[in-house]
Structure formats: structure tokens, C-alpha cells
Design a protein around this ligand. Structure first.
Ligand code: ADP
Length: 270
């Protein structure tokens, strides 16, 4: 007698195909869940790493600030004018580093949370860049520093954001160019854009890293560059701010031998 449970070949094939489909769907779901878990794990690990790096980076400039200030208080009368001047100058430089780190962190958080409100105005590019360059020149005392600012280039930009771009690019030029090297800051007009160019005679950036350095947290793989401290968010900020102002930021090679960063801002004429 034929069993009720027996199935025809067609039925068997249909069931097998259905089983295959279900298996494929389950496998896909497992892969998605696995990828999501991995992403969560990576994000978590990245956050922990970020907090550790930030704490470390903040403590590094703070140590000499406290140390030299303590030394000045304790030994003021026994120090020569030159020694005191040198110590105050070191306190200033390290405090500046600290301020720039904190500014970057705050800007970064604002950008991540879309809180960075831009106030786009007509800005005289050379005049604006000059004010920031003057404030930063003391940091580049050990470099050969030059400016070539074309006057009268008007761009549409946010004063503060433009300042953060100049500060970050100049700070990097100083940081990644050995003492005695050259740094040049220029402004110009070309093809409907106002250009800000910051270049140096340092190690430069390998072609395969020229896009990656604009990613958040990316730091060069090269040992010589890695030795410098940093959080890897400065250039991500530069690009995000330039993009938000309908401009752009890119890097290539400078005739000085190192990196050349070019930021474009929509121009309102010369
Ligand atoms: P940070 O300097 O904190 O590492 P940035 O986002 O400012 O972060 O820069 C990312 C990376 O790009 C740096 O770690 C460095 O490897 C590279 N870089 C930035 N500016 C220069 C420069 N002027 N010359 C060579 N390399 C640079």
C-alpha cells in the first residue's frame, strides 16, 4: 500500500529548491548579522582607542606647561632673563598646541552632530589669511616661512571656518617639516575660485595616501610621519569645512619638495 507520506519526484524537487532558498536566506542573514556585530565591535574599539589617544595627546603638551611654570615659580630669581624667556616661550608653544587640539575636538564634535553653523559672507581671502598667518608665525620660528598673498580676491566663506582651515594646514606644515625647512602660504584666483595654498619642504605624502589622509582618524603609515603626535582629525575637518562652503580640499606635490595643500573657495571676483 502506498504511504501517505511518500512524495512525487516533482514535489521532492520543489521541496529541495525551497530548502536551498531558505538556506541561502539564512546564510545571508547570518552574514549581515556578523558584519553588523563586527562594525559595532570596530566602532567600539575605535572609540576606546580615540579616548585613549585624546587623553594622551592632551597630557603631552600639558606636562611641559606645568613643569616649566613650576620651574619659573620655584627658581625665578636664580634664572637669567634668557632662560626665563625660553621657558615662557615653551609654555606658550605647548599651550597653543593644547588649544589647537581642543579646538579641533570641539569642531569635530560640532561637525559630527551637524551643529557647525556656517555664516557665509564675502571675505577678502588675503586679508583674512594674513591675520591667521601672523598669529601662527611664532610657531614657525624655526622654519623659513614665506607668504605670497594676491590682494583683492573675494570669496564666499565663513571667517571662523576659514581660520580653522589655515590653522590646521599651517600647524601640519610646521609639524611635518623638519626644523630649518621651508613653508609657503599663498592665495590666488583661478577658474572661478579663490585658492589657499599651504606647501612645505617636508617628506610629502605618497600618492596612494593622498585621499586617505582626509579620512577621520587616518594617520600616515610612514614611520617618520607617525612619530609626530596627532589625532588624525585635522584634515578631515579641513575637507568637511571646505565642502560645506562649496569648495574643496586636495593635496599633491610641492615644488619645495614636500606636500602642497590646495583649498578652493567659490570666488566672487578679483
Ligand atoms: P594628525 O596630524 O593629527 O595626524 P591630520 O588629519 O591633520 O592628523 O593629518 C593626517 C595625516 O596626514 C598625518 O598623520 C600625516 O601623516 C599626514 N600629513 C598631514 N599634513 C602633512 C604634511 N604637511 N606633510 C606630510 N604629511 C602630512
Amino acid at each position: 500500500m502506498k504511504s501517505d507520506r511518500s512524495v512525487s519526484i516533482e514535489e521532492f524537487e520543489r521541496l529541495r529548491r525551497q530548502l536551498d532558498r531558505e538556506r541561502a536566506i539564512r546564510q545571508q542573514a547570518e552574514e549581515i548579522a556578523e558584519a553588523a556585530t563586527r562594525r559595532l565591535y570596530d566602532t567600539d574599539r575605535m572609540k576606546t582607542l580615540f579616548v585613549t589617544t585624546v587623553s594622551h595627546e592632551l597630557r603631552t603638551p600639558l606636562t611641559p606647561v606645568v613643569g616649566f611654570a613650576e620651574g619659573l615659580c620655584a627658581k625665578w630669581d636664580r634664572l637669567s632673563d634668557d632662560q626665563r624667556r625660553e621657558m615662557v616661550s615653551l609654555i606658550y608653544q605647548n599651550a597653543e598646541n593644547l588649544r589647537s587640539l581642543i579646538d579641533s575636538l570641539l569642531d569635530f564634535r560640532r561637525l559630527e552632530e551637524s551643529e557647525f553653523a556656517l555664516d557665509l559672507q564675502t571675505v577678502d581671502l588675503a586679508a583674512n589669511v594674513l591675520t591667521h598667518v601672523q598669529a601662527l608665525e611664532t610657531l614657525a620660528r624655526e622654519h623659513e616661512f614665506e607668504t605670497a598673498l594676491q590682494e583683492g580676491v573675494l570669496v564666499r566663506a565663513d571667517h571662523t571656518a576659514l581660520g580653522r582651515i589655515v590653522t590646521n594646514l599651517m600647524g601640519n606644515a610646521v609639524k611635518y617639516t623638519p626644523k630649518g625647512g621651508q613653508i609657503r602660504v599663498s592665495t590666488a584666483a583661478a577658474e572661478g575660485f579663490g585658492l589657499l595654498i599651504v606647501e612645505d619642504s617636508g617628506q610629502g605624502i605618497a600618492p596612494e595616501e593622498r585621499e586617505r589622509i582626509f579620512e577621520r582618524f587616518y594617520r600616515s603609515e610612514r614611520e617618520a610621519l607617525r612619530r609626530q603626535r596627532g589625532l588624525g582629525i585635522g584634515l578631515a575637518l579641513v575637507r568637511a569645512l571646505a565642502d560645506a562652503m562649496d569648495g574643496s580640499a586636495a593635496v599633491d606635490e610641492s615644488s619645495l619638495g614636500g606636500a602642497r595643500f590646495t583649498v578652493r573657495f567659490p570666488s566672487l571676483g578679483v
